[in-house]
Design a protein. Structure first.
Length: 190
């Protein structure tokens, strides 16, 4: 049985200029169900790099919140351009189930073509294929596409129901997106 106030880590990346070099901040927000924030963590990953899985693993396993976490949610499997998260490996490295959600149905042919322009194309494609089956679901009236590692579809839908309060994205992802986008506003000068 999944508890009402399950501790979920929502992860999203900040804004960045495509086709540039550098790093992008990634924010994780620990939520108690869909009700309250228990913590925030962050790391940075390379734009179009291949370090997302390792950096997220380090961020999660090094967090004082780790012992409370029961699940990780990602806003898709791509962060910072095409820095791909290997869902089964993140699950194995953290011992936490992983759900990746997106509003846009992944176009695998287009993704494969885009990956041809990046180094280590075959490794990147392996990570995409490793994400497993893409489930089309409806959450609060909106279509979402979901990849899973370490959790079944029925349990994942229960978690989405418990954590979705406003709109179709669960609160951990919605708030992670707001924070990551807000601290990386590309139009501001500091």
């Amino acid at each position: 049985m999944i508890k009402q106030e399950i501790r979920v880590l929502g992860i999203d990346d900040g804004k960045f200029k495509p086709h540039t070099k550098g790093e992008v901040i990634v924010v994780g927000v620990v939520f108690r169900g869909g009700v309250s924030i228990d913590g925030v963590m962050h790391t940075s990953i390379a734009i179009d790099g291949l370090d997302a899985t390792e950096k997220l693993t380090e961020m999660i396993n090094g967090s004082p919140h780790k012992h409370q976490l029961r699940l990780v949610m990602l806003n898709g499997v791509t962060l910072a351009g095409f820095n791909l998260v290997d869902l089964p490996r993140l699950h194995a490295n953290t011992d936490l189930p992983v759900i990746a959600l997106t509003h846009v149905k992944p176009d695998l042919d287009s993704i494969r073509d885009a990956l041809k322009h990046l180094p280590e194309t075959e490794e990147r494609w392996r990570i995409i294929q490793n994400a497993g089956e893409i489930h089309q679901i409806t959450n609060r009236g909106s279509k979402l596409y979901m990849g899973l590692a370490g959790i079944g579809l029925a349990e994942a839908l229960t978690v989405l129901d418990l954590t979705t309060v406003r709109g179709s994205l669960p609160e951990p992802l919605r708030v992670a997106h707001l924070i990551a986008s807000g601290i990386t506003d590309l139009d501001r000068d500091f």
